[in-house]
Design a protein around this ligand. Sequence first.
Ligand SMILES: [Fe+2]
Length: 183
Amino acid sequence: MSASLSSASSVSPSAPATGAAPTQADLLDFVRRTAADTDLIASLPLDPEGRTWVRLEGPAGSEAWLIGWPPGSGTGWHDHAESVGAFLTATGELKEYSLATRLPTDGWKTLELSEGVDRERRLPAGKGRSFGRDHVHEVLNESTEHHAVSVHAYYPPLPRIRRYSRTGQVLRLEQVERPEDWQ
Ligand SMILES: [Fe+2]
């Protein structure tokens, strides 16, 4: 397939399936540019009862989302399997709790984490992060009053999401979601 240069995008003009995969930096650049589109951010319907989302076209075949977070909402602990990704807060503020370790891929149901692997970061509007494969985290809007809106991108498109419960240092695998569960 020949590439089109019809848009002013910074995406490389190679074919998405076999061309250069977007890097974490590319995804972070995309979420930053998208979050700056105030009309788009304002167009996301918000719901005080739960998160809302709209699928976006990510760069070079990546999967992207606009997500609205009412006060007190969160994702629970999860990972993104082999995908790398980036997300950035457009409005409001998010908090990310993450693990500075990679989990064994398969073959376990509970795992006791060692001390010192927990990380947390505050992501006010305009602040984001990228992450590599097997990144484990939980993202929350801890505000009691304000919604938050964020932009997310993943490459390759999420093959699965593993969801965990956590009690102290013990993670328990609760569920594996596949694309048909969220598309
Ligand atoms: Fe995530």
